[in-house]
Design a protein. Structure first.
Length: 75
C-alpha cells in the first residue's frame, strides 16, 4: 500500500472515531442536563468528569487528523 493511501485510510478512521466521540459526548451532556438534581452527586460528578474527558479526547483526535491532513498535503 502506498504511503498516501495509508494516510488517507488513517484519516478515514479518525473521522469515524471523531464522529462517535462527538455523538457520545452530546448524549452524555444531554443525560446530565435531563437528570440534574435527580441522581446522586457522585454519579453526576462522574458523568461531568467523563464528558470533560471525552472533550479532551475529541480535541486530540482533531489535532491528529489535522496533522495527517497536513502530511497528506505535503505528499
Amino acid at each position: 500500500m502506498a504511503h498516501i493511501d495509508k494516510v488517507k485510510e488513517e484519516i478515514g478512521w479518525l473521522k469515524v472515531v471523531f464522529a462517535l466521540s462527538i455523538a457520545t459526548d452530546i448524549s452524555l451532556i444531554a443525560w446530565l442536563v435531563l437528570n440534574y438534581g435527580k441522581v446522586n452527586l457522585f454519579l453526576y460528578l462522574a458523568g461531568t468528569f467523563t464528558a470533560l474527558l471525552i472533550m479532551f479526547v475529541i480535541d486530540q483526535i482533531d489535532r491528529s487528523a489535522r496533522r495527517k491532513m497536513n502530511e497528506l498535503e505535503e505528499l
